[in-house]
Ligand binder design. Sequence first.
Ligand code: ADP
Ligand code: MG
Length: 463
Amino acid sequence: MENDTWGRVQQDLLKAVGKNNYTNWIEPLEFDSVKDGVARFHVPTNFIGNWVSRNFADQIQNHLIRAGVSVADVRFEVPSRAMRPVPHTAMADTGPGERAPTVSAAAAKATKGASSDLPGAPLDKRFTFDSFVVGKPNELAHAAARRVAEGGSVSFNPLFLYGGVGLGKTHLMHAIAWQLQAERADLRVVYLSAEQFMYRFVQALRENGTMQFKELFRSVDVLMVDDVQFIAGKDSTQEEFFHTFNALVDQNKQIIISADRAPGEIKKLEERIASRLQSGLVVDLHPTDYELRLGILQHKVEQYRESYPGLKIQDGVLEFLAHRISTNVRVLEGALTKLFAFGSLVGREITMDLTQDCLADVLRASDRKVTVEEIQRRVSEHYNMRMSDMIGPKRHRTIARPRQMAMYLSKQLTSRSLPEIGRRFGGRDHTTVMHAVKRIEELKAVDNQIAEDLELLRRMLEA
Ligand code: ADP
Ligand code: MG
């Protein structure tokens, strides 16, 4: 890559991440090289490297690809001349974003003496089953992933995982790959994003290497393609993906796919592909609930504690975060990392005050969320009822049921308490809301129509 290409990519990144982020994290990067699909950058400190790797690596990679640079991975390294015996600080060694640069499907394969050109992307060493916190919203996806990771007879093919951003799809896929690599070294496991798949394919087309491309992909035992919505609308890639897919399924090889939505809902995805993708097991990761968020935070704190034995967090801080940050796990983790970095810099206990100061912007951003009023409006529209009936006294089923659904969604999607929600529904009591939530939960399990309606409404509201 030419230096001015990086210059252009920097300009794109400036637009994408905003001035502040740009100055703090992108500007300090010094482009080093692109080799074998890996773009390397020098960073002044490990902390910056970890942070960038965690928060901006995907964007940097995407912009590089868009600028025509062939990259399957980006790495951020402190140049060796600056490699001093770094004091063993947590951020430097076990901080976020640390990748396992030597362990990729390709590398693992190479050590076994086979062809070293398996087209996999590197796996993030933090993304294992051990570090995956299971809760109600993700238990099915987790169980399915566990099953596939056992590497036994192919039980559902493909396994299709879908869900909103930051809910753990990539984490689960990497966890499957790690476990398979550890326990079933005989299997050729390949993980890559749909974007990388496309990139590989386009490159093969350009270099007349489509035969090798086909052979390569059709020789794997387990193929995982992440974010498959990306290839929708890219006709020739879609076609090739479909053929690869069919060839592998015919050979009874396991395929694992992720996407940000259900197969049938991916726009511009050919119908026959969508229906093929649905032919295995389709499971979704639901938006996190409070318990899961709290669980994840507690788990993270335990991990950090090993590196920061002296760290103190005031009671209530984690609960506060789990309550207030309900967007996605990535944001949640980012908030915690920032908080810890800050706490360790100032060397103080992490109190509520410090939290609110340090995370003011994050907290503000996650305030811009669905409101109870929006939920009421959407649900009324959906069931063709008057908004006034939402908050009015009528108790007929055709009105009471949608009202209960709106209450349920308010509990799920906003951080309002039961009494607050009750007040917004014409001054109802919190026990009424509690009852509604319970009732809808029961119905959801037995009534497909209600489950579907809820899902649809949730997606509309979160869009
Ligand atoms: P997705 O691919 O669905 O957008 P990721 O798998 O990249 O989301 O997850 C985003 C971040 O949140 C990752 O750092 C991941 O480790 C973390 N994460 C998501 N779900 C969980 C979970 N259940 N337990 C622990 N960490 C999680
Ligand atoms: Mg992902």
